[in-house]
Design a protein around this ligand. Structure first.
Ligand code: ZN
Length: 300
């Protein structure tokens, strides 16, 4: 796999788009080897990423978790899908594949009037994931949430969007659409909690949570819950998100077979493994304390 990782981007893209070569790789390699090869073909790091070894390692770990189904993986590669790591201190809209979004407002119900310049992640054919979310660091890019909750992965969220749109069959997408519509009319339990009523201008209004806002966010947040990367509170309602395979098995029976087929039957990693902000902060503070100790003793 080191050979694939060392190839130039254009060569990796050529292999990814070459169907017969992918079929041959699928025949020759074991399941795990093929997943590892797909991860190398799909993953790109911007050269300005500050900790490329650690960021690549964590991106590989999460992508391996999500691309274990070879049919999904081949559909993604054939579509030209890529996952690009955005440097921690650089705006997403300053990185070439996303420059066209510079200065533009997000569209749709979940947009909330935000400008793309401040957004840290995007889940289209070219999926943007961030260095800080991979490593549990804090970005200096102003205007957006400076840090997501410990254990909440924008990385798995954005990759789930890409899988939804480019890795699944039409039948799967119809099933997700129907499950979303059914849930809107029958259930108050969503991956991001309930749809609470709040008083607005003297009237009681039902709020959406992020996962209930549309079917794309529903599938992305459901994926996070299934993978155990949905810690924290919902950004709309401020209520706790639901998380873990146990909650999904109990509350999302309709889509469970699709999730199991895509990600495997037990893919969750230990809680808090993704976006380990608390751990990173603790390490930084410990290092700073040690540094201070040495400085103080040098002055004594
Ligand atoms: Zn999203």
């Amino acid at each position: 796999m080191a050979v694939l990782a060392g190839l130039r981007v254009e060569h990796r893209r050529w292999i990814a788009s070459h169907g017969p070569l992918l079929d041959e790789l699928r025949r020759q390699l074991s399941d795990d080897e093929f997943t590892a090869a797909v991860v190398e073909l799909i993953l790109e790091l911007d050269p300005q990423v500050e900790s490329p070894v650690s960021a690549r390692q964590e991106a590989r770990r999460l992508l391996s978790l999500m691309l274990a189904n070879s049919e999904v993986a081949i559909r993604l590669l054939s579509s030209g899908a890529r996952v690009i790591v955005i440097p921690r201190h650089v705006r997403m809209t300053d990185i070439p594949p996303f420059e066209r979004l510079r200065g533009r407002l997000l569209e749709g119900e979940s947009a909330g009037g935000r400008c793309w310049d401040a957004v840290r992640g995007s889940g289209g054919l070219q999926s943007a994931v961030t260095e800080e979310n991979l490593l549990g660091e804090i970005s200096s890019v102003a205007g957006e949430i400076s840090v997501y909750a410990h254990g909440y992965s924008t990385t798995t969220h954005e990759i789930a969007h890409t899988i939804h749109q480019y890795g699944l069959t039409d039948a799967d997408r119809v099933a997700i659409h129907e499950a979303y519509l059914e849930k809107r009319s029958t259930s108050e339990e969503w991956p991001d909690g309930s749809r609470p009523y709040r008083k607005l201008d003297g009237k009681w209004v039902q709020m959406e949570n992020y996962s209930s806002s549309n079917e794309l966010e529903y599938f992305a947040q459901l994926t996070n819950a299934y993978l155990g990367t949905n810690h924290g509170v919902d950004s709309f309602t401020k209520e706790p998100r639901n998380n873990g395979i146990g909650w999904v098995c109990k509350n999302e029976k309709r889509l469970l077979p699709i999730l199991e087929r895509i990600y495997g039957k037990n893919p969750s990693k230990p809680d808090g493994a993704a976006n380990a902000v608390a751990t990173t902060t603790l390490h930084s503070e410990t290092l700073e304390a040690i540094r201070q100790l040495f400085q103080d003793s040098a002055m004594d």
